[in-house]
Structures are given as structure tokens and as C-alpha cells.
Design a protein around this ligand. Structure first.
Ligand code: SF4
Length: 615
């Protein structure tokens, strides 16, 4: 029988009546028993297969013995940094420490180390000696090949080499972990398990067959080699046609087996209907876990994304082919929510990486995999694309009719270009009527055509068409609901002129964002590859990379009305020769006149001039 919560201490193991653990899961996040939290999802899944799993959340990495608090597990140690890459979790786009950690008790920062997968695995190898160590989750998965690390500003080897783990499970781990766990339980060796799909391991000899990526040393030597490495790895990530991928690191080889098979609807239903408590472990009763608030009453409807936004590496982790839960399974979860004493009748979200991608992009994908050299929505929608929202609509209608449910919101991102392709559908009408609470957030990301093309996003003209349609729809429904667009600064390929163009677009829309999204080159994304190499890896065309002061100016232009940004905006406008935008005219972004800081900055120049005259 499933436990209410999985044990997190020796006392809880004793209380469960277990003599020891089969698997110990070391997590960089606090333990929240909710399916939106990877460590809980995987641990509950292994529990359902009959294994005794304990979760050691955020152990003190300064004391190796803290990893032994729950004893030595019988079969293996599983390690994940948590729901986010630990470096992204800890540092801002300007590499400054973040003041909050939403995945820690009370939002307290500093409870997991930087590069958590490497640190925990090194410790586990010290204290557990011969017990197999398996790493997984987003940090391990997106750092599985040679990758660019923004925080080091350098290429790093596959995380398997730095961590010294035995196996890395990439992508969605259930299939692979099931085979590994059962194999270990049957007494199989790691060598015997090295053919399990969905894993990476280190080999002393190069396997006979596989796609060979440029080696670590070749990538260090030439940025073009790293661009090739990225492109090849990107194209082969497909559960149907994906091949073995090999990357040499000095005298050893990183081997990635083909991806694990897709989960069937039955399998994914099984996973999401495991007995989650949908709350944090009682040890956090006093502090709570901030990240839970957003997702406590949210439902994952599917995995995978065929959107291919360049700055997102999710399709490199979850894949391009949608794997969706059945309506029954989602309705069961929604019904269970209504029994929760804290539930007020509002479901915050039914979605996934992209809310309105609930069905596979096309039939062909399921037979021969997603196209190797073509994207489903970009630059233009593929003629084979299934654009129907029928299934999603039907699901939303069923859930909102359930007793005890007042509203069902959609908070996951929607692709409005995809929505617009479904002509004649009532999706937009029902979205505005039932599933928005005053505002809809969407992500056009930029106004410049060059920028949106490199970002893998639709043009701003497409966004404008959607905005008009959205406004007309709300008017016809007599609803006052707004559209909140997200824009990004500093993406590879964007120049200062592009940023000025975006600022002008926002001025014309009478819109100023409260928050600015600054591009961060996170591991594993296409944009990160561009950032490091200065090349678009598929076309090999040179891409401008905004850095330093230019990056700061681009960011400031997004909030040109903010007094604190005035000086940078003035600099940007002078640099681009856009003096027409300085002044008091209707179209101007900032006024003339000197701020104190400007005055102060000019003084040293004068002094230098005087000195040079004297000489
Ligand atoms: S045929 Fe079109 S919709 Fe199908 S996978 Fe290829 S690009 Fe995507």
C-alpha cells in the first residue's frame, strides 16, 4: 500500500516498517508530493512498481555523512537538482545571486549547492562506494553533451564526466528507470543494463554504430564544431527515429542510447493518477514551499511541445511529440481536487509546455517520427499540421461542468498562431468566456522580424491579428479583459536598432511591461548555441550577439519610461542616430536634458581635454 508521504528520515523509514530503502532519491528541491515536482513523480512511480523509495531533500553538501542519514540503499542512488537547473535557480541573467528560491522552505536561498548534480554525485560516490548512482532531471538531461555554461562562460564536458555518475537518464525518465530498477533488482550489472533506451553512459571504446558528434576537444577548438555538435544532437532526439549518439571526450566516449519509447495514454494516466498528497511534506508545515502555491490546483494535461522556440530547451527534454492524458484521468484528478479542504472551486491551469498543443502535430510523427529538418510551425505552419482544438475544448467543457468547480483557468502559455490556424473553432470564444481571469499572457517576444525568425516565433503582424481578434471577442462578450504580451531583450541576433524598433512598437501600443525578460543562455537551447558560437547552427549564418553595455541598453529600451533607465535609453538612441526619438514630441521615448549622472559622467572628459591643451 502506498504511504501517505515517502520517508525523508530514518525515523520515517522505521515508521513505514521498512528495514532499508531500495532507492534513495537525493533532491535539490524540498519534497513536495505533487505531480508537478519531478522528484516526487519519479519516486512515486518507483514506489508503485514495488520499490521502497526514500527522498533526501536538500542534504547538507558540506557534510558528506548527511547523505547517509537514511542508510545505504539496496539498489541505487538517484540524483536530481530538482525542477530547475541549479545555476538558473541561483543566479539572475546578470549572474547576481537570487534572493529567493521558490523550491526551498519559505523561499530560503542557499539550501542546495551550485551545480547540484555534480556536487551530490561526487559525495554519493564517496559515501556509497559501489552502489550505482543514476542522475536525471532537467540539469543532468540538458547538460548531457558538451554544452555551453553561461556562468563559467565556457564549454563544459558532459555532466556524466564531471559528476562521475554511472548512468544519466535523459528526458522523461519513467520507461528507462523502470527497466533500470527492475534490472538492478534482478541482479543485472550496469554493463548488462547499458542498452536501456533513454540513458547515457561512458564507454572506454567507441561503439560500432551511431551518429558521431564532434568531440569535446574539437568543440573547444572551433565554434563551428560546437555548432555542428548541437545541430546533430538536436536532430536525432526522436523516440521513433532517434539513433545512438556518440561524443568523444579525450580517450573516453559519451554514449547516448536512442530515446525511450513514447508513453501511451494508459501509461501516462497511470503515472499522474498515483496517490500524490498534492502538498509539501509535513516537515515544511511552518514555512511552506512557495513553488507549490502556483501549481497546487493545476493539472498537467500532456507532455511534449512542437513549438520549437529557440530559447527553450524543453523539446530537447520532453520531445516534440505530444503525449496526452485521457479526459477520464484528468477528470479524476479534478474531482479529487474538489475534496481538498483548501480548494475554493478554482482550477488554476489545465495545460502543459504549451497549453493548446494537446494532440500530436501530425499522424506521420507517430509512424516515422518528427521531421528531422523541418519545424511544424516555423517559419510557416506545415500543411500536415493538425490544428484542431476539439479535444482540448471538449476536455475543458467536461471539467468546468464538474460539481464543486467554479472556474477552470488556463495559465500555461498558449500559441496564438496555432490557435488562429483553427478557423471556425469556438476555442477563442470559450477561452475568453470561461478560462481567463481578466488578462491573458502571451509571448510575442519581439517586434523585429529578424528577431522573431531567430527565436522561432511568429511575426509581430500575427500577434497584431490575434490581438485584434481577442479584443473583438471580448467586446462581443461584454468582458473587460486584457492581453499581456511578454517581450525579451538581448536575444542572439537582436541589434540595438531592433530594440529601438521594439520600444517604438510598445510606445504605439501604449504598453510598458512591469517585468523585463532578459535572455539567459541556459544549457541545451538553440539560442544558447547561437550565443556561444555567434552562428545559427542550421544555416551557419553569422548572428550578432548583444553583450555588455549593448545588452543593458536593449533591456532599458523595453522599459524606456522608467526614470532609472533614462540614461541608457539616451545612449542607445544617440548610438543608433535616433535623435528624432529624444525630446517632447508625441513619438519621443525620452526628453532632452541632463540628468545628474550624465553631468557627472561628462566632467572627466572636460578635465582630460584641459590637460591635453596644457601639454
Ligand atoms: S510533417 Fe509537418 S507537422 Fe508533421 S512532424 Fe513534419 S513538420 Fe511537423
Amino acid at each position: 500500500m502506498a504511504l501517505q508521504f515517502l520517508p525523508t528520515s530514518k525515523q520515517e523509514i522505521d515508521a513505514a516498517g521498512w528495514s532499508s530503502l531500495d532507492f534513495l532519491f537525493i533532491s535539490g528541491d524540498a519534497y513536495v508530493d505533487h505531480p508537478s515536482f519531478g522528484p516526487a513523480l519519479i519516486s512515486r512511480y518507483l514506489e508503485s512498481l514495488g520499490f521502497n523509495v526514500g527522498i533526501l531533500p536538500q542534504p547538507d553538501w558540506r557534510r558528506p555523512e548527511s547523505l547517509l542519514e537514511m542508510g545505504v540503499p539496496r539498489l541505487g542512488v538517484l540524483i536530481s537538482s530538482g525542477n530547475l537547473d541549479s545555476m538558473l535557480n541561483h543566479y539572475t541573467a546578470r549572474k547576481k545571486p537570487r534572493s529567493q528560491d521558490a523550491y526551498s522552505p519559505g523561499g530560503q536561498p542557499g539550501l542546495r549547492p551550485d551545480r547540484a548534480v555534480i556536487v551530490y554525485t561526487n559525495l554519493a560516490k564517496q559515501v556509497f562506494k559501489d552502489i550505482p548512482v543514476i542522475i536525471g532531471g532537467i540539469e543532468a538531461s540538458l547538460r548531457r553533451f558538451v554544452h555551453y555554461d553561461f556562468w563559467d562562460d565556457a564549454l563544459r564536458r558532459s555532466v556524466l564526466f564531471d559528476s562521475k555518475a554511472d548512468i544519466l537518464v535523459y528526458g522523461m525518465a519513467e520507461h528507462s528507470l523502470k527497466r533500470l530498477a527492475q534490472g538492478l533488482n534482478d541482479g543485472k550489472t550496469l554493463l548488462e543494463l547499458s542498452l536501456v533506451p533513454g540513458i547515457c553512459y561512458v564507454a572506454g571504446q567507441q561503439p560500432e554504430k551511431g551518429v558521431i558528434l564532434p568531440s569535446y576537444e574539437e568543440c573547444l577548438e572551433a565554434k563551428t564544431a560546437f555548432a555542428d555538435s548541437f545541430r546533430l544532437a538536436y536532430q536525432e532526439q526522436d523516440p521513433i527515429r532517434g539513433k545512438t549518439i556518440i561524443q568523444r571526450h579525450t580517450d573516453r566516449f559519451l554514449v547516448q542510447n536512442p530515446p525511450a519509447p513514447l508513453l501511451t495514454t494508459k501509461e501516462i494516466d497511470y503515472i499522474y493518477n498515483l496517490p500524490f498528497q498534492r502538498t509539501h511534506h509535513p516537515r515544511y508545515n511552518e514555512t511552506g514551499i512557495p513553488a507549490l502555491t502556483e501549481v497546487k490546483f493545476s493539472i498537467t494535461s500532456h507532455r511534449g511541445c512542437f513549438g520549437a522556440c529557440s530559447f527553450c530547451a524543453l523539446h530537447f527534454h520532453q520531445g516534440r511529440i505530444i503525449q496526452a492524458r485521457s479526459h477520464d484521468s484528468i477528470i479524476r484528478e479534478a474531482t479529487a481536487m474538489t475534496q481538498d479542504s483548501q480548494f475554493k472551486g478554482y482550477i488554476h491551469d489545465i495545460g502543459g509546455p504549451t497549453a493548446n498543443f494537446r494532440e500530436p502535430a501530425c499522424k506521420k510523427q507517430l509512424e516515422s517520427g518528427a521531421c528531422r529538418d523541418k519545424q511544424c510551425l516555423h517559419p510557416l505552419a506545415c500543411p500536415n499540421l493538425n490544428v484542431s482544438h476539439k479535444d482540448y475544448l471538449q476536455l475543458l467543457r467536461s471539467v468546468r461542468k464538474l460539481p464543486g468547480i467554479k472556474k477552470v483557468f488556463i495559465r500555461s502559455g498558449l500559441r496564438y498562431d496555432y490557435l488562429m490556424l483553427d478557423k471556425g473553432s469556438s476555442f477563442l470564444k470559450e477561452l475568453c468566456e470561461y478560462h481567463i481571469s481578466g488578462q491573458l499572457k502571451v509571448a510575442p517576444e519581439h517586434a523585429s522580424a529578424k528577431a522573431t525568425a531567430l527565436m522561432g516565433k511568429p511575426s509581430i503582424a500575427e500577434y497584431d491579428r490575434f490581438r485584434e481578434k481577442y479584443e473583438r471577442m471580448n467586446e462581443s462578450l461584454a468582458k473587460k479583459q486584457y492581453l499581456v504580451p511578454y517581450f525579451m531583450s538581448g536575444h542572439p541576433g537582436t541589434t540595438l536598432n531592433d530594440a529601438v524598433f521594439l520600444a517604438e512598437y510598445m510606445r504605439d501600443q501604449n504598453f510598458q511591461p512591469d517585468q523585463v525578460q532578459e535572455f539567459i543562455p541556459t544549457p541545451g537551447s538553440l539560442s544558447t548555441c547561437m550565443y556561444y558560437t555567434g552562428l545559427e547552427p542550421f544555416t551557419k549564418k553569422t548572428v550578432h550577439i548583444p553583450k555588455g553595455e549593448e545588452k543593458a541598453m536593449q533591456r532599458a529600451l523595453l522599459q524606456y519610461k522608467k526614470p532609472a533607465n533614462r540614461e541608457l535609453v539616451l545612449q542607445a538612441l544617440r548610438k543608433t542616430g535616433r535623435f528624432d526619438l529624444i525630446g517632447t514630441g508625441r513619438k519621443c521615448l525620452v526628453t532632452h536634458g541632463q540628468t545628474k549622472t550624465e553631468k557627472w559622467k561628462r566632467e572627466p572628459e572636460k578635465k582630460v581635454k584641459k590637460r591635453s591643451i596644457k601639454r
